[in-house]
Design a protein around this ligand. Sequence first.
Ligand code: B12
Length: 493
Amino acid sequence: MADICLVVPPSLVLSDERTFMHLGILKVGAVLKHNGVPTDMLDLSGVKNYLDVVETYAKESVTCTFGITATSPQMPASAEIARVIRNHVPDARIILGGPHVTLVNAATKKETARSSLGRAGRAFEKLRSLFDGLVAGDGEIAILRMLENPALGFIDADDRKSDLYLKSSELNLMPFPAREMVDVESYKYTIDGVRALSMIAQLGCPFQCGFCGGRESDYLRRVRLRNTESVVAEMRHIFETYGVRGIMLYDDELNVNKNMVELMDAIARLGDELKVEWRLRGFVKAELFTEAQAQAMHRAGFREVLTGFESGSPLILKNIRKNATRDDNTRCVETARKAGLKVKALMSMGHPGESEETVRETEEWLLSIEPNSFDLTRITVYPGTPYFDHAVPHGSLEDTWTYTVDGHRLHSLEVDFLTDFLFYKGDRGDRAGLNTLATFTDYLSAEELVNLRKETEDRLRAKLGQPYQTDMAGIQYEHSMGMGLPDNILRSA
Ligand code: B12
């Protein structure tokens, strides 16, 4: 009999949900296990009849406490799951943790500070009405606190002053994600043909990109580094437990770590000791990327880096608050190539000030640098992004919010995250329950953005000789962490 059942809802936005496991909830699971709390796991990633699975579990088990993890696009499925549990286990206690609640809470705090309760506050209240417990930020210790206090309705661990917010030194002491709680073999990903698993070595990104979630959240904004020994120990564990030498590092940017070269050298030494040649992939921040970093990455086993360049337009780079100029981005590509690293360019569009001309500049820049691969997404305005948190009511359009930077505007609709799906690219409207929601700029309607994105990607793929992959596994994951909508979604300015 389990004391708690952890639930990973499906991710209907992803074309293959069994590529990367959700490490966050597996970290929570590891702490529960470490503390001897009997824990079940329902990993519903890619499970079509997931509500049947939940119903069967709820009917057959005596577990009354459930812990669900969710990003914003996982919320509609999470809400359904909560309703099914409630139908069958009337005295269930359902706790929600993960990025969505963390970001809605961060956005609500921002609103409250400005005494202007609005769409974030409404989204937060909806969560409160559906779930018995909400956990914002780090879940490792917060889950234990929740279990100790059955009446506790909300924990804000997304606050560096909270004792539940893990310091860098404490991250070193945490158990590795309990990957064994899911069916590891069912997750398929390769790097250079080598089987790979994912890992997260550091938390937080200090920059202020307008489209990125968590710029007001200690949890997502403040850089927290594990020490080199701890990171290397997890890589050893992955290799010795699963025989896997490919690792996708999901740190926001590996090179915000000032000791990155030292870390890379330690990884290379571990490879020598284990007699394995690592195959690694990860993200770097363009303007911070140096030749020494690139060479060290190559020595460690990287053959490719991913960078969120986002745009080829100087105006858009400025409006995003990207911190990198187009020249920085070009130099980053050259630095990588010189060290033998391929470059995946993560691009996005639909930012404030986006027009046909700025999209053309993006296209031209991509053609000039000839990335080894690229991704072009349309951004979506999620809570906790500056585009959401700093927006004000549009004025004349109903349920529409407007973010302004240097006179350039981005408009977004108010959304019910418990029912509405937000997609960022692709033609995925054929899947059940997809709604039509959007963002738009002063120069491009939602429809124009949809068409322009598709036409631009089509043209780029033809010119760069990089056809769409028919095997979707793994490709939709390579996003810019920029959010966007499906191409069937329309809304006019
Ligand atoms: C890896 C990653 C991915 C991988 C996901 C792999 C997977 N299967 O989950 C891929 C590339 C597929 C991906 C896709 C997307 N991602 Co992503 N991704 C990340 C990234 C970089 C790291 C996630 C991670 O491992 N974090 C580390 C773990 C430890 O943190 P965690 O998951 O938040 O878990 C902790 C707490 O939240 C909490 N917690 C989590 N679950 C639970 C449950 C309970 C019960 C409790 C108590 C606590 C708790 O405890 C955990 C330990 O402290 C984050 C940014 C970031 N640095 O976190 C973005 C991020 C999560 N992604 C984001 C987005 C927007 C997306 C996409 C929508 C695509 C897009 N266009 O950007 C899709 C949606 C995917 C989906 N599942 O539906 C946003 C989320 C925004 C939001 N509002 O939800 C983030 C925060 C990026 C950002 N800063 O904007 N992503």
